[in-house]
Design a protein around this ligand. Structure first.
Ligand code: ADP
Length: 469
């Protein structure tokens, strides 16, 4: 076998971390190997500890940032060449150099700007290898271009650190998301939205929780209840300003929660919906009734959920009576033409990442025009038309939601959207469709959270000399 010689500097790759090219300094004076990383944070359970960290592989290009995660092997005190002792996280990963691959123990350290992102110590060098300290690059040279040329699909999959923002840690949807995330090797932490607090500053946005700063998450799944929409969207916005991918953005949540805003957005995108008029306390209720084509019509309180504030007025007289009652309550409401042909049924389409992944038809109790399951309705799976599919996808996109439950009625002249839900429950739809929707949600997040940050695709900057490591 040919001799395997290492120079004092070499190119290597760490495939298990998704790092195709790293320039390392070979230093037999040091025992342990080190990787210069930052934002180093342990996560996962005690029986499966993990560590997440970020690295700028190219010292000349601070915009190229790669997030890695790896099983945590140990924490160890390490004394570096400048005599400082530091408690470091230790991981084991495979190193590839030339035609050889071997397992390697690496400590993670954040020692600032080092020209060599890695230090290869003597414990990393096998007995049959020779180190030639006066020569460099005895092994094939690589290039940082590898980071820019790897197609997205071929990129490295890693364990993600995810969080779900919810006040219901035990409900079906939360449990299923945890199960699906763990089955795919990720960690999903449950965070009570109402217990998050934040510092708001131009630099270094943070989210705090129970006396500690929340770590970096690869993605956040907001499931914000209607009762805390305003605070919840503020928490989501904070994660957004940290650069975290949020399955439902703050803007989408805010839009979908405000019926008035939502209808205006849907109309602007030419998405079919029942003719709708809004009012606060109209003096002229008959004009309002005219606006939507007269009775029968549907009146809805703006804060209605689960069909509780939705009334069908069969005659003009009945409509006027309800409007006067709402006016007495000083409640905001909307008036909508009654889609009679829907016959007490509506369609819920679940949209994940711009695709309808499941649909169900909900039918109201025999004497109810409302099909809400909370009002005694039943659900079954349904085949939807292309027009319905397109409408659902466009409605979710208009509301800027990567996960959405789009409710629509089957009108004579096409689908009519009633509502776009930004945290759709998974129980009804999973049980009806017999599909693992939670898994599809996690897979969508995996595709979104590519290991390369979008910044990595920018043109590299001119080289700046860094200090030797
Ligand atoms: P909520 O947000 O309180 O659930 P919705 O607007 O979804 O209120 O209405 C509840 C149910 O009432 C719908 O699922 C649908 O079956 C029925 N419904 C609502 N609006 C109309 C309408 N314009 N025409 C016919 N049925 C309607």
């Amino acid at each position: 076998m040919a001799q395997f010689t290492l120079g004092w500097e070499e190119w290597l790759s760490l495939p298990g971390l998704g790092l195709p090219a790293i320039r390392a300094k070979v230093d037999t004076g040091a025992k342990t190997s080190a990787l210069h990383a930052f934002a180093i944070e342990p996560f996962g359970s005690s029986d499966k500890p993990m560590v997440r960290f970020a690295i700028h592989p190219d010292p000349a290009d601070p915009d190229l940032e790669i997030i890695c995660s790896a099983p945590l092997k140990d924490r160890r005190e390490v004394t570096s060449s400048n005599g400082e002792t530091e408690l470091r996280f230790v991981i084991e990963t495979e190193v590839a150099m030339g035609d050889r691959r071997w397992p390697l123990e690496v400590t993670l350290t954040d020692r600032g700007a080092m020209a060599y992102r890695m230090l290869l110590g003597r414990s990393a060098i096998a007995e049959d290898m020779i180190v030639s300290p006066t020569q460099s690059y005895q092994q094939p040279e690589l290039s940082f271009e590898a980071y820019r040329s790897t197609p997205r699909l071929k990129q490295h999959r890693r364990a993600l650190r995810l969080a779900v923002l919810t006040r219901e840690p035990d409900n079906y949807s939360t449990r299923r998301l945890i199960e699906a995330a763990e089955a795919r090797g990720h960690t999903l932490e449950v965070i009570d939205t109402s217990r998050c607090y934040m510092n708001i500053s131009a630099v270094g946005a943070e989210v705090h929780y129970d006396g500690r700063r929340l770590p970096h998450y690869d993605a956040v799944i907001p499931r914000i209840g209607a009762s805390i929409t305003s605070y919840g969207t503020a928490v989501v916005r904070q994660f957004e300003s940290l650069g975290t991918y949020c399955l439902a953005g703050s803007e989408g949540i805010a839009m979908s929660r405000d019926k008035l805003y939502a209808h205006q957005v849907l109309a602007r995108h030419h998405i079919g919906m029942p003719t709708t008029a809004f009012a606060r306390s109209p003096k002229d209720s008959s004009n309002l009734i005219q606006l939507v084509g007269g009775a029968p019509l549907v009146l809805k309180l703006l804060e209605s959920t689960q069909g509780k504030g939705v009334v069908l007025a069969e005659t003009k007289k009945a409509a006027e009576t309800v409007i006067s009652a709402f006016r007495g309550l000083k409640a905001d409401f909307l008036v909508q033409s009654f889609v009679k042909e829907a016959a007490g049924e509506d369609i819920r389409c679940l949209v994940v990442g711009g695709k309808v992944v499941a649909a169900m038809r909900r039918r109201g109790a025999p004497d109810d025009f409302r099909s809400n399951l909370h009002q005694g309705g039943t659900a079954e799976t349904v085949r939807i038309s292309k027009a319905e599919r397109d409408t659902a996808v466009r409605a979710a996109r208009a509301m800027k939601l990567d996960l959405a439950g789009v409710d629509m009625l089957r009108g004579d002249d096409g689908p009519k959207v009633l509502e776009v839900n930004s945290s759709p429950g998974l129980e009804g739809i999973e049980k009806t469709s017999r599909k693992e929707i939670a898994t599809l949600v996690i897979q969508h997040i995996e595709a979104k959270v590519a290991p390369r940050s979008p910044r990595a695709r920018r043109a590299p900057r001119k080289a700046t000399p860094g200090a030797a490591g």
